[in-house]
Design a protein around this ligand. Structure first.
Ligand SMILES: [Zn+2]
Length: 65
């Protein structure tokens, strides 16, 4: 199962690989610092019944990306 997704940092645009825990729930939120610019990114992770992962990331100020 492919549980790694590439997302773009909403601050610097760098691509970051996120590892998703498929069994941690259908909707997960996660805050992690960007490894490049070190600013905190909020991730909204959705997993549907076919294990399709959708990730939305935003800045701490709540700007959707
Ligand atoms: Zn960044």
């Amino acid at each position: 199962m492919d549980n790694e997704k590439l997302v773009s940092c909403p601050y610097c645009g760098e691509e970051i690989c996120i590892e998703v825990e498929l069994f941690a729930g259908k909707h997960q939120t996660l805050i992690e610092d960007c490894p490049v610019c070190c600013r905190p990114i909020e991730y909204d992770i959705y997993i549907d019944s076919d294990a399709i992962i959708t990730i939305q990331c935003r800045t701490e100020e709540g700007t959707d990306y």
